[in-house]
Write a protein that binds this ligand. Structure first.
Ligand SMILES: *[C@@H]1O[C@H](CO)[C@@H](O)[C@H](O)[C@H]1NC(C)=O
Ligand SMILES: *[C@@H]1O[C@H](CO)[C@@H](O)[C@H](O)[C@H]1NC(C)=O
Ligand SMILES: *[C@@H]1O[C@H](CO)[C@@H](O)[C@H](O)[C@H]1NC(C)=O
Length: 483
């Protein structure tokens, strides 16, 4: 497991160093979570906001197609050539590697000749719509850092929606609509990203820029991340500090660039003419040779390393945070509420580390008999009942003894002596000689019973009379025999 983890990290870094370049310096400010500095107290750690590098995220996704059997070639079928829609003797055959077009080919190396691509079945069931969902899932929140680019091998679709999920595919929302005619397809006015501004940057638009079917040489569709960044960072993204300032303070903006899943909904293939040519339905299908998604693991600015292990991306959290996105404080580090690191102040940001919980300084469990509450109060102390003391409220103040909690002493050997030869039992009662009673054995028993003989004399111990002894034994409520 350790080896594979190491290899994954290694692979990630190799990728980063070989492909990284769109804005190397500006993003690079957040590549360290901590550094050692010298202060009057000696060497100490200084903590900073940090994030993983931007990388090719298509290596870490799972792809799912709906309908599941929409890929061409099972059974084999013929389709028309890309360039010439009337040359219809090409073959797709899933069981022959050279003629198969499985979904993986959207993510393999681009630039091969001839190019490799995924292809759908043809529109043979026209007029039933030919619709395909391509769902890309990361099982992890990621932040997009560059345009999503989809390269079609045949014409670009007449109608398409890019959707995103922020909750692992439970709910979906549109990201952008694409159509040759936005009004007709989606009842939306056509717009381009250039029509937006800082204030409308989160608007979901329909664009006609990328849907011109067969009639153009361009095969590419963009979802423009960089143009949207540029509303804050300026052209060529020179002022990233300004973008970071916005991201720090506007959760909606952060969330806009964050996804767990993307879905490409292909709604109508390229037709290129007003009418569908029903005699040549093998002209109509979808084919995609490449999908580019660049981004980084979302670690809330608490990690620089994101590990791919067991087909799962996980942030290696610093600053005593934890969770797949470093989205909470570690146990015993909840001394203040969790918050994400902050990009500002530039250039190192603010780490917002989690600090030890007060209740974890020693372990806080107060003696339930000696304390008012069995947990510490807000400043980390056990609050003791009267007569009780000690950090855990399990010791008694002088004049008190432990008896299901601290109780004031009834008798002791200092101030509250038992009298007339009585002995103090566990500080809670005097064991009196038979003739005496009272809390401290201070009273003659016969006095209490009103039966003292006149000849015995006031205060003299009634020695030697068996009858009297028997009587006191029967009457005595605090008889020595009882103890
Ligand atoms: C594609 O996904 C959408 C929801 O995002 C769903 O409404 C639609 O039915 C799906 N289409 C297919 C062909 O599975
Ligand atoms: C996190 O906790 C460990 C262990 O108690 C400590 O050594 C480290 O300095 C803490 N880090 C931060 C950023 O507070
Ligand atoms: C907690 O208890 C200690 C000791 O009794 C007391 O000094 C302190 O003021 C208490 N703090 C709070 C927040 O109640």
């Amino acid at each position: 497991m350790y080896l594979s983890r190491f290899l994954s990290i290694h692979a990630l870094w190799v990728t980063v160093s070989s492909v990284m370049q769109p804005y190397p310096l500006v993003w690079g400010h957040y590549d360290l979570c901590k550094t050692q500095i010298y202060t009057e107290e000696g060497k100490v750690w200084d903590y900073m906001a940090c994030q993983p590098e931007s990388t090719d995220m298509t290596k870490y996704l799972k792809v799912k197609l709906d309908p599941p059997d929409i890929t061409c070639g099972d059974p084999p079928e013929t389709f028309c050539a890309m360039g010439n829609p009337y040359m219809c003797n090409n073959e797709c055959d899933a069981s022959t590697p050279e003629l198969a077009h499985p979904p993986e080919l959207m993510f393999d190396f681009e630039g091969r000749h001839p190019s490799t691509f995924w292809q759908s079945a043809t529109w043979k069931e026209y007029p039933k719509p030919l619709q395909v969902n391509i769902t890309l899932s990361w099982s992890k929140t990621i932040e997009l850092t560059d345009n999503i680019v989809i390269t079609f091998e045949s014409g670009r679709p007449d109608q398409m929606i890019l959707e995103k999920s922020l909750d692992y595919g439970r709910t979906w929302q549109p990201y952008q609509y694409y159509a040759t005619d936005c009004l007709d397809a989606f009842h939306m006015d056509p717009k381009s990203v250039k029509d937006l501004s800082q204030h409308t940057v989160l608007e979901i638009i329909c664009t006609e820029e990328y849907s011109t079917g067969y009639t153009t040489n361009s095969k590419i569709i963009h979802f423009e991340i960089k143009d949207r960044f540029a509303f804050f960072a300026g052209p060529r993204l020179r002022n990233m500090a300004s973008l970071y300032g916005q991201l720090d303070t506007t959760k909606k903006l952060r969330d806009f660039f964050t996804v767990t899943d993307l879905r490409i909904r292909l709604l109508r293939p390229a037709v290129g003419e007003i009418f569908v040519d029903e005699l040549h339905l093998a002209r109509y299908f979808y084919a995609i040779s490449d999908i580019k998604v660049r981004g980084r693991c979302k670690c809330n600015l608490h990690a620089t390393v994101c590990v791919y292990d067991n087909s799962k991306l996980t942030c290696e959290c610093e600053h005593n945070t934890t969770g797949p996105d470093c989205g909470k404080c570690k146990k015993n580090y909840q001394g203040r509420p969790w918050s994400p690191g902050s990009y500002l102040p530039i250039p190192k940001g603010t780490a917002n580390t989690c600090i030890p919980s007060i209740s974890s300084i020693g372990k806080c469990y107060c003696n339930p008999l000696g304390s008012i509450h069995d947990r510490c109060n807000g400043s980390g102390f056990c609050e003791c009942k009267t007569g009780t003391t000690g950090p855990k409220c399990d010791e008694c103040l002088p004049g008190n003894s432990w008896h299901y909690g601290c109780q004031p002493n009834v008798c002791d050997n200092e101030l509250l002596h038992c009298q007339n030869g009585g002995t103090c039992h566990n500080n809670v009662r005097c064991l009196c000689p038979a003739a005496y009673t009272g809390i401290l054995c201070e009273k003659l028993r016969c006095e209490e019973a009103g039966s003292c003989g006149s000849d015995s004399g006031q205060g003299a111990p009634p020695h030697g009379s068996p009858a009297l002894l028997l009587l006191t034994t029967l009457l005595g409520s605090a008889s020595p025999l009882v103890f």
